[in-house]
Design a protein around this ligand. Structure first.
Ligand code: SF4
Length: 141
């Protein structure tokens, strides 16, 4: 099995501490966090992914909005530049300690935060990064 993630969720997974839009959303996200923590591979996808899934039952899910697609493009560019590799929908990434540490260091340093501009969760993610990612659920030991 692979966890299907859209590009900007490569960033969001770094600061997930159990907060989210709805109880169903966070319950699903917690299960995904466990799978990622167990090292399950990530397959990048275009558009809504496994984290979005519970929101797709809503009348007008924001997951299809242009602004969200722009977040994906920004995250894809930042992560590709950081890793020095071509990263695109269909790419497979392994969320091992090395990758998560590298992403978190760059996230905390503000180097891969273009996707976070105007995100409603930005203050929370800033605080988590500033607090040395205490309480995170992906890759926690
Ligand atoms: S600020 Fe928004 S886009 Fe950036 S990691 Fe946090 S939730 Fe994701």
């Amino acid at each position: 099995m692979t966890v299907r993630l859209r590009a900007h969720h490569l960033l969001c997974m770094l600061t997930f501490v159990g907060e989210g839009y709805t109880p169903a959303f966070t319950a699903n996200y917690r299960r995904i966090a466990e799978r990622l923590s167990a090292g399950e591979e990530i397959q990048l996808v275009s558009g809504p992914d496994d984290i979005c899934a519970p929101l797709l039952e809503e009348k007008e899910p924001h997951c299809f909005n242009d602004s969200v697609l722009e977040r994906d493009a920004a995250a894809l560019a930042d992560v590709a530049a950081l890793l020095g590799m071509d990263v695109r929908p269909g790419s497979i990434l392994v969320p091992d300690a090395g990758l998560l540490t590298r992403l978190r260091q760059s996230f905390a340093g503000g180097e891969i935060r273009q996707a976070c501009i105007r995100c409603e969760w930005s203050n929370l993610c800033d605080r988590i990064a500033a607090n040395n990612f205490e309480g995170i659920l992906v890759g926690a030991r």
